[in-house]
Design a protein around this ligand. Structure first.
Ligand code: COA
Length: 322
């Protein structure tokens, strides 16, 4: 049996920090409202001139170093993002060139906040089938560029960052199962309503911003993440108590707490970064994973449940024997 094992993680957050107090000066909000309703205290926002691939490159280099491999050893690059540097070529190709790699397949995945879970799922299939032996899987976003900084219901939530992992073929352990889903009927609850096909004038006017019916998204997210937990455990004949760590998408501390409760897990077994990172969309799960690996909480052979929910709607989970 061939598994896809995570052998290195990396993360990168832009140096520029924006606190809730900074936001109080921009929109009609308060530090208390943001903390109470979301759990966010601060977020990292890229400087002008920094691009998503800059963040992705920094995170990738750290993951490559942690895995103790050379960039040239990588046989597959998948980058999950909703904020690509260019319409084309894919940001994965731009990243590939930056890393000095030539010839291996490189492509982007667009599943908004579930993007990294989707990318990990696809990369795992390449490794399991023997097509690739080493893969770089990245989630990176520069959401600050698609936020309406006059809309307090969205601009306090999202942020910038990148996380990456190296996956390698391994005979003994690694990803145990992956579960991804989508339901396009929810398109209009969370979206950037303008693009090349629709509302191109708004794009040209620089008004292609995230719009969200937060309240409705919240309810579907809590229910859906509860179901994905059940699906993942049932598929593997496992019990809630088998999971050592929940590594959730960081959208709202109340959503994270609800999932932990569903799993009957103490919050001590949940990796929480939303207070410091905000919602970095596709970057949030690999960033959280990297934090908990590097601070020594997550140890070899432990069982991790990674999960996410995002625009589309898309959702999914990955069960990992680390
Ligand atoms: N500061 C102060 N007040 C704010 C605010 C802000 N930044 N944003 C919204 N409000 C106000 C609203 O205008 C509303 O006021 P009203 O009652 O006078 O109309 C009130 O706060 C409550 O708004 P509501 O949207 O019902 O709040 P909420 O408890 O649902 O929290 C979210 C809002 C966005 C934090 C929450 O709905 C959420 O996290 N949704 C899901 C996010 C998510 O998972 N995203 C997708 C996955 S990536």
């Amino acid at each position: 049996m061939v598994y896809a094992r995570i052998t290195g993680t990396g993360g990168y957050l832009p140096e520029n920090i924006m606190t809730n107090a900074d936001l109080e000066k921009i929109v009609d909000t308060t530090d208390k409202w943001i903390r109470d309703r979301t759990g966010i205290e601060q977020r990292h926002i890229a400087l002008e001139g920094q691009t998503m691939v800059d963040l992705a490159e920094a995170a990738s280099r750290k993951a490559i170093e942690a895995a103790n491999i050379e960039a040239q050893d990588i046989e597959l690059i998948i980058l999950a993002t909703s904020t690509p540097d260019k319409i084309f070529p894919s940001s994965a190709c731009i990243l590939q060139a930056r890393l000095g790699i030539h010839g291996c397949p490189a492509f982007d995945i667009q599943a908004v906040c579930s993007g990294f879970i989707y990318a990990l799922t696809v990369a795992e299939k390449f490794i399991k089938s023997g097509t690739s032996k080493k893969a770089l899987v990245v989630g990176a976003e520069i959401f600050s560029r698609i936020l309406n900084w006059e809309d307090r219901s969205t601009c306090v939530l999202f942020a910038d960052g990148a996380g990456a992992v190296i996956l390698e073929a391994n005979d003994e352990t690694g990803i145990i199962s992956t579960h991804i889903h989508a339901d396009g009927k929810y398109e209009n609850l969370l979206h950037v309503p303008y693009g090349i096909g629709d509302g191109y004038d708004q794009v040209k006017a620089g008004k292609a911003f995230v719009e969200m019916k937060g309240n409705e998204v919240f309810k579907v997210a809590v229910n859906t993440l509860g179901r994905i937990v059940d699906e993942t455990l049932a598929a593997n004949n496992m019990m809630k108590s088998d999971i050592d760590w929940l590594v959730p998408h960081q959208a709202n501390i109340r959503i994270i707490t609800a999932t932990a409760k569903k799993l009957k897990m103490s919050m001590d077994q949940v990796v929480v970064t939303i207070n410091k990172h905000g919602n970095t969309s596709a970057a949030s799960v690999p960033l959280a994973l990297d934090v908990a690996v590097r601070d020594g909480r997550i140890k070899s052979n432990e069982l991790l449940l990674l999960e996410a929910f995002g625009g589309g709607f898309t959702w999914g989970s990955v069960l990992v024997r680390y």
